[in-house]
Design a protein around this ligand. Structure first.
Ligand SMILES: [Fe+2]
Length: 188
């Protein structure tokens, strides 16, 4: 069994242990990985192993969500512990850990090419599933709109690729504006 397969099983096991997948993480990871493969085909010469491992580990412990904890710090710690048992080179472990730690583009910003690819693909993949509308339906329309803006901002990391997502971004923006309008009228 190889390291990629081990990582997939590790992730699947953690989700299964929570007995449900309310954030649709299993699908999300597939979407992010598909995005990464598309980016790597565009003459962007990054370390594919680092990109794929960090994709599989970047949301490793969403459940249960503890609001007072910074998820990325915990995910980095879990990733390091897991990878150190896989006979991987420390250099690869450190690279993956940086990708996991920085992918939210908050307190730690992606510095390496691989970390930028993960952050880009994570944000881009949100536009390909139902995340914004699910947040909005949970009465958090302003958060959903802010999240869309932050995701679109993260695409600045690869301006030449960002243009491929412009129509998708504009469609989501319009949809969320319409939905906000509906909610505002409903609560009048
Ligand atoms: Fe993610």
């Amino acid at each position: 069994m190889d390291i990629i397969q081990n990582t997939k099983e590790f992730f699947d096991e953690r989700v299964a242990n929570y007995w449900k997948d309310p954030f649709g993480l299993k699908e999300h990871v597939i979407l992010v990985e598909n995005q990464i493969k598309k980016v790597l085909q565009k003459n962007i010469w990054a370390n594919e192993l680092v990109c794929i491992l960090s994709c599989r580990l970047h949301d490793i412990w969403h459940y249960p969500v503890l609001e007072w904890e910074d998820h990325a710090i915990i995910w980095e710690k879990i990733s390091r512990e897991f990878l150190s048992k896989q006979w991987l080179d420390d250099n690869i472990i450190n690279q993956v850990a940086h990708c996991v730690r920085s992918h939210r583009c908050k307190d730690v910003i992606p510095e390496t090419l691989e970390a930028k690819i993960l952050a880009f693909c994570d944000s881009a993949s949100h536009m390909q599933d139902s995340m914004y509308i699910e947040i909005a339906k949970d009465w958090r329309i302003d958060y959903a709109m802010g999240k869309l803006q932050r995701d679109y901002r993260d695409l600045d990391m690869f301006p030449e690729l960002k243009k491929d997502y412009e129509n998708l971004y504009l469609a989501w923006k319009k949809l969320l504006e319409e939905y906000k309008d509906f909610l505002d009228k409903k609560s009048d």
